[in-house]
Structures are given as C-alpha cells and as structure tokens.
Design a protein around this ligand. Structure first.
Ligand SMILES: C[S@@+](CC[C@H](N)C(=O)[O-])C[C@H]1O[C@@H](n2cnc3c(N)ncnc32)[C@H](O)[C@@H]1O
Length: 393
C-alpha cells in the first residue's frame, strides 16, 4: 500500500496509517512516499516493511554506514545530524509531557563526534563477525562500525586471528588508544601478536594476557576501569556532563552518589564537598572507585557494594545532595521512598532513558526542576541522555 511517512516514533521508526491503524516502518524518514507491506499485526499497531520507495523525502540523506539499514543500531543515519538532534530534543520534551505532565523547553548538547563509542560488543557465529539485527539473533556481518573508536575498528579486523568460532567479544578503548578485550566463549583461543596497543586480553573474565583493567581520563581526572566496570561510552559528552554537574552541584555538602560505577560523577565534585558516599552493585567497580579516589588524591569518599535498594538505608549521615545515575530501568520504589525521607536539598538525576526519568520525577513531589539538558551521548542512534537538577521547594 502507498503511504506517506508522517513522523518518527521514539525509536526513530517512520509512522504512517494503514486503514487507520498506526504502522511503524523501519528505514523511513518523514516525507518518504513508500509502498509498505504489513509484516506484523498487533492489537493496536502494525509493523510494516518498505517494498519500494516511490518518492524519497527531501529530508533524507545518504547513510554513511553500509550496514545502518541492516543492523538497526544507528536509526538516524538517514537524516541530517541537526534534524536528529531536533528529534531527540522533542522526544524528551514529549515524554516529559506525556508521563509527568512537565512542560519544559530544553537544550540538547552535542559534539557531533562520529567515532565516539569507546566500547562495543561484537558477535561471532561460525567465525563470522557482526552485530545482531535489532531484536533478533540474525547476524549482520560487519568489518567496521563507524560509531566505534578507530582502534576498536582495527581490532575488529584482527578478531579471526584469535581463533574464536562462536561467542562474543567485548572491545574497549581508552583515551590513550589502549585496548582491553574480553572474549566470551568456550573456544580454545590463540593469543597472537598485534601492532595495536592491547593492554589486556581476557576470556570469560580470566586474564590470558596483560591486565584486566585500564586507565581512563575525563577532564583532569584518571579512572581505573576493570573489564566489567561500567564507563560512559562517549568521552566528549561525559566531559561536558562532569562540568555541568560541577557547576550546578551545591558545595560543601554530604553527597550520595547512587549507581556510582567506578566513582566518576562523585569524584568529579568530591574536592568541593564534605563527604561523598557511593553505592554500586559491581564489586570490581567499587574496588576501582576506592583506588580512583587515591589516584586523584581524594580522601573524603566512602563506598558500599550492593544494590542501591539494599544499601541506601545503611547511610546514616545526613545527606544534602543525591546524584542518581541508574541503568535504563530507573529507580525502584523502595529507593525512591528512602530518598524522599532523606529529603536532600538537591537531587541530580542523570538518565539514559527519558521514560523512566519521567516516571521517577513523578515520585519526587517536594522537588521542582531547576535545570534540565539533553545530551547527545549516543549520536546517530535514537538514544538520548538527560541530566536534571531538582531543587527542594
Ligand atoms: C548508567 S551506569 C552509571 C555509572 C556511573 N555513575 C558513571 O557515570 O560512570 C549505572 C551503574 O549502576 C550499576 N547498577 C546497576 N544496577 C544496580 C543496582 N541495582 N544497584 C546498584 N548499582 C547498580 C551498574 O553496574 C553501573 O555501574
């Protein structure tokens, strides 16, 4: 059926209507006139597939990645970057309105850096290397990922030398172009020489060569990061986030850094604060955070390893500022109720999922948004990061 793509949904899929039923069509942009076949029918919507582009939209640009329509990772490579930013800004605005009735204008900060990703996970199936197509186990073979750091791309071309047949390879690269690799596989691997700066090779978390960690740097701070510790994937935007948090956090306060990872956000402000208490579930990350305090000559930080919901009420000190940077699922009810009892003067909520951000904001009834910005942490994908400063009123 011939249809016009009217707008994009939150995942960057084109929206059209077929027999008045909303239909989401991958690989389309606003203004495309397409022949669409419905390939999946659900109660309230359809999924369509383009059979033919009848007239391509003037908004469309040639994707710079040959795999973008196949792997689905970079849904916005068919429109120009500024249009993608506008999409993300409106996405956050609409979600805040829809899920928490917040009407707010916000800026989006971007560096339009292409090879921004400092970590990727690649799949290997019968020695073939690639990404899984969105929501499937179908391998899309690739030998280059344009959003990944250049050294990571060089390593992709060397993966087969290690004799992995099936499994996954987690490839990380730091500010100094050093690589840390974890092969997740039961295959017998061969360790080979490489001209790349590989600081560690692991198999299922066990060191086969070198170290199980490397050093990262954001602004003037250094961070030890173990192979399984979280680190923000876009260094430029993270540097901006650090500066934003530093400028906007109240000073000389006791700060609780929830979901603290290797200590990043808390260490960024620790020198201006009384004490920083961090909570994080991954043991290696907590050990990294303790060492990272020492590396950066900071001695007013304290860490607990465990789930936020189990540890948060073990903090008996009065807390005046809380930084929250949860995974996509956002906060749990118990933690929200403890935070509301702690009643800090300020809450700084960093989120990679505007839907759970909007949901959680509803639970902070005594707070108002003082500042909010969107960050293009994940250029060319439909994902967007937000940082939100809440003030007790
Ligand atoms: C989005 S990352 C933020 C990390 C850190 N704030 C940073 O900027 O690098 C979320 C962190 O929460 C941790 N995490 C996930 N679920 C958790 C839980 N239930 N309790 C505590 N930490 C958790 C993850 O291991 C990860 O380090």
């Amino acid at each position: 059926m011939e249809v016009l793509i009217e707008r994009l949904n939150d995942q960057g899929l084109g929206i059209c209507y077929i027999n008045n039923i909303i239909t989401f069509v991958p690989n389309t942009v606003i203004g495309d006139l397409v022949d669409v076949e419905v390939i999946e029918k659900y109660k309230k919507y359809n999924i369509g597939k383009v059979i033919k582009y009848i007239k391509k939209s003037i908004n469309r640009i040639e994707s710079i990645c040959p795999y973008s329509t196949l792997c689905g990772g970079c849904a916005l490579l068919n429109i120009n970057y500024d249009m993608g930013l506008e999409f993300k800004k409106n996405k956050v605005k609409n979600i805040l309105k829809k899920f928490s009735n917040i009407d707010i204008d916000l800026d989006i900060i971007s560096f339009n850096n292409i090879n921004y990703r400092n970590k990727i996970t690649i799949h290997v199936k019968d020695r073939k290397i690639g990404y899984y197509q969105d929501k499937t186990n179908n391998l899309v073979e690739i030998n280059n990922c344009i959003i990944a750091n250049r050294e990571i791309n060089k390593f992709i071309k060397e993966i087969n030398n290690y004799n992995i047949i099936n499994g996954e390879v987690v490839i990380r690269c730091n500010y100094n172009n050093e690589l840390l690799i974890n092969f997740i596989t039961n295959d017998k691997l061969t360790i080979v020489k490489s001209n790349l700066k590989i600081v560690g090779i692991l198999q299922n978390g066990k060191v086969l060569f070198g170290e199980d960690n490397f050093i990262e740097k954001i602004n003037n701070l250094y961070f030890k990061v173990s192979y399984n510790s979280f680190f923000q994937i876009n260094r430029d935007i993270t540097a901006y986030l650090f500066n934003f948090i530093k400028e906007n956090t109240l000073k000389n306060k006791n700060v609780l850094d929830l979901y603290c990872g290797v200590g990043t956000l808390g260490l960024n402000i620790a020198k201006e604060e009384n004490n920083v208490y961090g909570i994080e579930i991954v043991r290696n990350a907590v050990e990294n955070a303790i060492i990272n305090s020492k590396i950066n000559n900071i001695n007013n930080t304290y860490y607990l390893c465990g789930e936020v919901k189990d540890c948060i009420d073990k903090i008996k000190n009065s807390i005046e500022v809380i930084i929250i940077d949860p995974p996509r699922s956002g906060l749990d009810n118990k933690s929200i109720s403890v935070i509301n009892k702690m009643l800090p003067e300020q809450v700084i909520y960093v989120s990679c999922n505007p839907i759970t951000l909007a949901r959680d904001l509803n639970s902070f009834k005594d707070y108002k948004i003082d500042k909010i910005v969107a960050l293009d942490m994940f250029p060319n994908t439909y994902h967007v990061e937000c940082v939100c400063v809440l003030k007790l009123y």
